[in-house]
Design a protein around this ligand. Structure first.
Ligand SMILES: C[S@@+](CC[C@H](N)C(=O)[O-])C[C@H]1O[C@@H](n2cnc3c(N)ncnc32)[C@H](O)[C@@H]1O
Length: 210
């Protein structure tokens, strides 16, 4: 297996397990579901096909994709936190979506290359030690022409505080665009969020696999 994840991974999984039952309420309070919806509205109105959500948390990013783009042929949720995976799977099941769950880190060999039409990753890249390798791995999970939707923390005093507790890094949009290009993506777009905390602390990106 490619080693991409932070050496803090075991402790980090336990931290996310512990907050899993409150995670979605925090996202709702801060306006992240609305920001995620904004990102998918900026992308192609195209069925997601076979969709993979990396670092799914409570499944909010996957839900936003399905609400905007319609039903998927397959939904795989990946996370290092078993409890987050349970939260995400039950939230999706409540909307009639039977998702597969995979308790594994980004970079896992359990996922073969070129089997997904859509790959999602919201606020998980920040946890990874080798972002160029992680982005290249994401690109390789996509079929040619497949879409990558990404949300990443931007430098801000709030994200600096997050780093102290969660080891969460932040990337300026120019840097993120360059990393996506370096990983081999094309048609890369930065989508700025229009309101609330996500407009100050996060940014969205849409890219296509060549
Ligand atoms: C900041 S939360 C974001 C959750 C969700 N995507 C959202 O937008 O609400 C990061 C998530 O990524 C997971 N995670 C952290 N490091 C990971 C890794 N190396 N591989 C897979 N998941 C990871 C955590 O367990 C957590 O659920």
């Amino acid at each position: 297996m490619i080693r991409l994840s932070s050496t803090r991974r075991p402790a980090l999984g336990a931290l996310y397990d512990a907050i899993s039952d409150r995670w979605q309420a925090g996202l709702d309070r801060l306006g992240y579901p609305a920001a995620y919806a904004e990102l998918f509205r900026a992308g192609p109105a195209q069925a997601p096909g076979r969709m993979l959500d990396l670092g799914t948390g409570s499944g909010a990013f996957a839900m936003a994709a399905l609400q905007r783009c319609g039903p998927a042929d397959r939904v795989v949720l990946l996370d290092i936190s078993d409890r987050m995976l349970g939260e995400a799977a039950s939230r999706l099941a409540a909307t009639g979506v039977a998702a597969e769950t995979l308790a594994a880190p980004v970079g896992s060999d359990a996922l073969a290359p070129e089997v997904f039409d859509t790959v999602l990753a919201a606020h998980v890249i920040e946890h990874l030690d080798d972002v160029p390798a992680a982005l290249a791995w994401c690109r390789r999970r996509l079929v040619s022409g497949g879409h990558f939707y990404l949300c990443v923390s931007r430098p801000h005093w709030c994200t600096a505080l997050l780093r102290w507790k969660w080891g969460h890094r932040a990337y300026a949009p120019d840097r993120m665009m360059a990393l996506l290009a370096g990983a081999g993506f094309r048609d890369i777009r930065h989508v700025a969020f229009s309101s609330g905390p996500p407009s100050r602390t996060s940014a969205g990106y849409i890219a296509t696999a060549p």
